[in-house]
Every structure is written in C-alpha cells, then in structure tokens.
Design a protein around this ligand. Structure first.
Ligand SMILES: [Mn+2]
Length: 463
C-alpha cells in the first residue's frame, strides 16, 4: 500500500465501535443496519479523500464471528484497500477470541493484509512496540509509520488500562530513539475517559494521559458509544449505530481529521448514518377508564407522528431509499386510576406499530398503581425516598432502595446493605456498558474482598 500525502496537511478518518454482527432485538434487520452504518462511513471517508483510516476497536460484536459477518467486514475494508488507503485498527473488548489457543479475527485480517492490527507486546512488568513490516506482518505490530507520521496502538486492557497507560510514554520514547522522531504521532486506544457519561464506572481519569502530551499529537479513542473530546487532543467519535435507547440520544459518528505540517489538529465530527430511535412518553394520570386512556393515546400518537417525521427527515437518519422506519421507545408514566389488569400494553404497542411503521416498539412501564404503592410503603423512607420534587419516580433512588431492602432481608448482608446496594448498581452499570463477564467478575471479586475480607476465597480460583 502506498500513501498519498497532501502538500500541507494530511487527512484521516477516525471511527470506532462498529459492532458488526449485532442482531439487536434478535432482528436480522438490525444486523444489516450495523453493516449499513459501516459501509456508509467508509464511502463518506473515501469521498472525503482521506490518506488513511484508524478504527479504535469493536469492529465485531461477538467473539464467535459468523461467515456472513466476516464477509461484511472484508467487503468494507476492501474498499479502502482498493483505494490504497491504509486502515489501522486495534482490538476492543468485543473483538476477543473464542478459544485461548485461537487467533482473533483482527489477527486474521492483519495476516491477509486487509488491515493493520496494532497492539503493544506486554509482560507482567513491561510494555513495548514492534514496528510493522509489510513483508512480514506476523500476527500484529505495535506501531506503523505512515508518511512522515507514526501510529501506536494499545489494545483493550480492562482493569490494567491505567497501569499500561503509565508504561506508554517511555515505550514510545524508546521507539522514537531507535527509529527517529516522526513529524506527528497518533495513539489508538479502547477505553473511556471519566466525566463524559454520568454514572459510568471504570473510566480513566484524564490526568492519566498527561504524560503522553509530549509524545502524542492525537489520541484516537473508542469504547464509549458517545462523542466527546478534550483539549483538541483526546477524541472519541461514539459508535456508528445506537446499541440501546440511551445511546440513541447521544451524538454518534466519526471524525474527519486534518493535521497540518505545524501539527495543528482540526477534527470535524460527522453524524453516521443510522436508524432513528424515537421516544414517546405517555402520562396515564388524566384518564379514569380504559376507554378514555385509549382515546388519549391515539391523540398523542397523531401529535408524535409529526415530530417523528421531522426526525426521520434528517439526512443522517435516511438511507439510499429515503426515510427509514424507526425504533420506538414507549414509556408509560404517572399514576394509574384504574386496575392495572385492564391496561393492555400489547394493544398500545400495536397502535404504535400501526401508526409509525416502527420495526420495533419497546415498552417500559413506569406507571405507579395500587400494586407498586405497596412496595413503596415497605421501603425505608417511604415515598419521599423514591419521588423527586416534581412527584416523579426517581429510578436510581428506587433501584437503590429496592437493592438495599433485598440485601437487608438476608442476615449475612444486613449490616452492609447500603454498600451492597452500591455494588449491585455498579455491576448493573458495567453490564449495560457491555463490559466483558471477566471484568464484571473482577469488579465483584474486588468489592467482595473489601466488604467481606474474611470470606473463604477458594471459589475465586474457579476459572
Ligand atoms: Mn463498543
């Protein structure tokens, strides 16, 4: 592969978290959506005339990649290869291998020269980078020189991320001493930086990256599915598609980045092409019978349809055929004034489907009724502990209270019920962030050791 370098600046595409093969809601259509966002990003990168591409982890969603998914990955990457555009990538937490003795699909693609896989060689105490050799690619390289610049890659490192980040600056210095200092340097990483997603655990404090400021000009990240950047230096583009309703409310996409000869970085974030998610919040407070509620719901749908249409018309929510059918998040809230047994959610769902052409409607029932009232009375602090100033249920508080109540019911845990509730919430957050089972287990083990230091630990030896 050769690289064309512009006269005064170079341009690259930075994207991440493609999650090819994710059949969200068990739907083939959602898997196609992941592929579509990948292909359209590639096409847009090529149209922008980029010199090279960096992909910061989670190309694949599952470790057991199917033939269809691998074929999709190869077809996408081949478009860059056909244009002589090098694509440099790293391993994310989703790109793991199926068996210990196996190789990852990223290694397979590297050996086939479809892309260049970067990862540091690590031992218990040390970290180093090997130079990429196109004549002998091996399973991976540590860094690659492109034009006058250099790209380093750090694979997903889970609980060891901070430790490895601390080893980076000296390892990069060693490479620069051996091979000469390049004009510009990019680091690829798959980890989150603290402070960008409320409630997220396991992020790296921004300060950890400070020592890299002398040796790195652009930190290209992936992992958190939300766009953020810091100091025109750290950049996270977000995933290409939304993998849950919360992500759907975030800015998602990719960066087109220009670096001038003077190393001035100009990164432009572009929304990726994805399916619209639309949220309908319906309050049941005003209705005193099922019939009233159904009428009110139909009125509500007529209004929401107009807003939905405006959303669907945004260019990044369209595909080559135009408007795309949405995914709808239907949230019911408020106090129900008639028996819950009369509230037929399926009936509401089919009304939504009929009126919006949604490919999927996800209900969430947050209504309060006679039944939930009983649970709330049992909770320490009662209503005041659960409802906010406006009288709405505060989900986090309710969750915390229920976890605390459940832990308190068991004599072994009663004395630590508040801490246990916090551990459960931390585990839930990690689960929802798609952390690997190994990492979640590690968090649990750590917390358990802190809370119950005298426990028998033999169970932990079980792999
Ligand atoms: Mn991801």
């Amino acid at each position: 592969m050769t690289v064309y370098m512009g006269e005064d600046s170079l341009k690259f595409l930075h994207f991440s978290d493609v999650h090819l093969g994710h059949r969200q809601y068990n739907m083939a259509l959602r898997r196609q959506d992941m592929y579509y966002s990948f292909l359209s990003t590639i096409e847009e990168g090529i149209a922008a005339d980029v010199d090279f591409v960096v992909l910061c982890g989670d190309l694949f969603h599952h470790k057991n990649v199917t033939a269809q998914t691998l074929s999709n990955a190869e077809q996408g990457l081949s478009r860059f290869v056909a244009q002589d555009i090098p694509i440099v990538l790293i391993q994310g937490n989703h790109d793991a291998k199926l068996y210990k003795e196996d190789m990852t699909w990223l290694e397979y693609l590297h050996r086939k020269k479809k892309s260049i896989l970067l990862q540091a060689d690590v031992t218990e105490t040390d970290l180093s980078f090997r130079k990429y050799d196109a004549n002998d690619p091996g399973s991976h390289a540590g860094f690659v020189d492109i034009g006058e610049g250099r790209i380093f890659g750090l694979q997903y490192s889970g609980q060891r991320t901070i430790e490895r980040l601390q080893q980076l600056a000296p390892a990069i210095q060693t490479v620069n001493d051996t091979y000469g200092k390049p004009d510009w340097t990019i680091l690829l990483g798959h980890f989150g930086v603290e402070g960008h997603i409320p409630g997220l655990t396991g992020g790296v404090p921004g300060l950890t990256l400070e020592p890299l400021s002398d040796v790195i000009d652009y930190i290209a990240l992936g992992h958190l599915h939300k766009q953020y950047s810091e100091n025109n230096w750290i950049f996270n583009p977000g995933s290409l598609e939304a993998h849950n309703t919360r992500e759907a409310t975030w800015d998602l996409g990719y960066y087109i980045v220009e670096i001038s000869k003077e190393k001035a970085v100009k990164a432009t974030h572009v929304f990726s092409k994805r399916r619209p998610f639309y949220k309908i919040v319906f309050s049941v407070d005003r209705f005193h019978s099922k019939e009233e509620l159904l009428n009110g719901f139909q009125q509500k749908l007529r209004i929401e349809q107009q807003f939905l249409q405006k959303m669907q018309e945004k260019p990044f929510f369209q595909n080559e055929t135009g408007i795309r059918k949405p995914i709808i998040d239907l949230r019911l809230k408020g106090r129900l004034h008639f028996s819950r047994s009369l509230l037929n959610i399926d009936e509401l769902l089919s009304l939504v489907e009929k009126n919006t052409q949604a490919i999927k409607v996800q209900p969430s029932d947050a209504t309060e009724s006679i039944e939930t009232g009983e649970v709330i009375n049992e909770i320490e602090g009662g209503r005041d502990a659960i409802f906010d100033e406006d009288g709405h249920v505060n989900r986090e508080r309710l969750e915390h209270a229920v976890f605390k109540m459940k832990a308190g019911e068991d004599d072994r845990f009663a004395s630590e019920k508040k801490n246990i509730a916090e551990v459960l919430i931390a585990l839930k957050t990690e689960l929802l962030a798609n952390e690997s089972p190994e990492d979640i287990a590690e968090t649990l083990q750590k917390k358990r050791k802190t809370l119950f230091p005298t426990d028998d630990e033999s169970v932990e030896e079980d792999q």
